[in-house]
Design a protein around this ligand. Structure first.
Ligand SMILES: *Cc1c(COP(=O)(O)O)cnc(C)c1O
Length: 429
């Protein structure tokens, strides 16, 4: 598969280049150029096809010439000991749980596969420094995926708030493969710093810098697999048109769904479910978006979506189709609380608030004859307080996620500017 910039179609690059030098020279974002047709493969797959088999079959097709089938199966086997789970609620609605991974969010699916593929790409030579903007518990997701990978070190930039769950073993000062840095600013500032750092070509080349944020297309491709998986599980019993409701912040997950569609998955549309921060409103506006406000679905507290430019490029490519393909819906906090209670009262489901946003958005979106798959992106235990208040029931915290509540400390605190960041990095490396 080849990739081009959202800002020009002149030059194409390989997957390896798109992953390891993740920002094109014109500072756009990489998008796939090839139009693959995966339809015949989804016809062969049955409801009893395992997630591992699906990934090990599709990944080498997507990355033909760059990921051989043997490496693909090895990576898949090592990575996907956790799998998505589909639960049908009624004729019109299913829930696809994507929080069974080591750190309890769907990000584990993209990050762990990306880290494993990156390690494979660097097997014979080279190294990578992965600089990512994180907050809350996503720092732990990135750290978990990248720690102890050969030839890779990971830098985490996080805002003026707490970050959780970096295991002390990962922070061995002699190892130097995980470097958490606190930025005196908000999450938008952290994302902007990553972009500015990637635009400094000299510095980026010197330290082989890339990112694990979803501006890296290597993070999005593995998210295609679970959309296909849901389709394969449902295809025999589905009477209605298929839609997905996607809790959306940076639109990485939504874009992955759109790639699945572009590569031949039959789907009627996607609901871009957001909270009142509504990043969709700011996608094609150049003015700086307002700072995010805090809501009860904190993983969606984003006003500037880092994948906005990819979303806009879909609208350029398929202007008429997109209006009937993506349906943005913004949900207020009280509707989120109500949806949490409804899922619990009617189905006995303890959902996380982001999932509740997607559920509420699907309910607001009344169309006949559709079956909506709600992406359950986070484990409810990660927002135990919000959830238990809404459903009036204690949320159990599984052992594997309990370490995610410990507060971690930075190795440095910096002003939100790129010189300060480069200064710290030069001293660390
Ligand atoms: C990151 C995150 C999201 C937002 O996903 P995007 O790909 O940025 O749109 C939704 N839900 C949870 C639980 C998350 O952690």
């Amino acid at each position: 598969m080849y990739f081009r910039s959202t800002r020009s179609s002149e030059k194409t690059v390989s997957f390896k280049d798109a992953v390891l030098r993740c920002m094109p020279l014109d500072s756009g974002l990489y998008v796939p150029t090839s139009v693959l047709d995966l339809r015949q493969f989804s016809l062969y797959m049955e409801a009893d096809t395992s997630y591992q088999d699906l990934v090990a079959t599709i990944a080498p097709l997507l990355l033909q010439g760059e990921l051989n089938p043997f490496s693909a199966s090895r990576i898949t086997e090592n990575t996907f000991y956790f799998t998505p789970e589909l639960q049908t609620l009624n004729d019109h609605c299913s829930l696809l749980s994507l929080y069974n991974g080591p750190t309890g969010t769907f990000k584990d699916f993209g990050l762990n596969f990306l880290a494993a593929v990156m390690e494979e790409l660097l097997k014979h030579n080279g190294q990578a420094t992965v600089v990512s903007a994180v907050r809350g518990r996503t720092g732990a997701s990135v750290a978990y995926a990248f720690h102890q990978r050969h030839n890779i070190r990971s830098v985490l930039l996080y805002p003026d708030e707490c970050i959780y769950g970096l295991d002390a073993n990962m922070l061995n000062p002699n190892d130097g493969s995980l470097i958490p840095i606190q930025v005196q600013g908000n999450f938008n500032d952290c994302q902007r710093l990553v972009q500015e750092l990637l635009m400094d070509r000299v510095f980026t080349e010197r330290y082989s810098i890339t990112t694990a944020n979803s501006i890296n297309v290597g993070r999005l491709l593995p998210q295609i697999f679970y959309y296909l998986y849901a389709f394969v599980l449902l295809k025999k019993t589905l009477h209605d048109a298929l839609m997905f409701s996607v809790p959306s912040g940076n639109f990485g997950n939504l874009i992955a769904g759109l790639y699945a569609w572009k590569f031949g998955m039959p789907v009627h549309g996607f609901i871009a479910a957001m909270n009142r921060n509504n990043p969709f409103e700011h996608v094609r506006i150049d003015a700086a978006p307002p700072a995010p406000i805090s809501t009860n679905s904190p993983a969606l507290d984003i006003t500037f979506a880092s994948n906005g430019e990819r979303l806009a490029s879909f609208y350029e490519e398929f202007p008429a189709v997109m209006r009937n393909m993506v349906f943005p819906v913004a949900i207020e906090d009280k509707e989120t609380t109500k949806a949490l209670a409804e899922l619990w009262d009617n189905y006995g489901i303890v959902a996380d608030p982001q999932t509740a946003v997607a559920f509420a958005a699907a309910q607001n979106f009344k169309q006949m004859d559709v079956h909506v798959v709600i992406l359950a992106t986070g484990h409810p235990a990660l927002e135990a307080e919000i959830v238990s208040q809404a459903i009036n029931h204690t949320v159990e915290i599984p052992q594997r996620l309990s370490m995610l509540s410990s507060i971690s400390s930075p190795i440095a605190t910096i002003k939100p500017d790129v010189e300060a960041l480069e200064g710290v990095l030069s001293r660390c490396f």
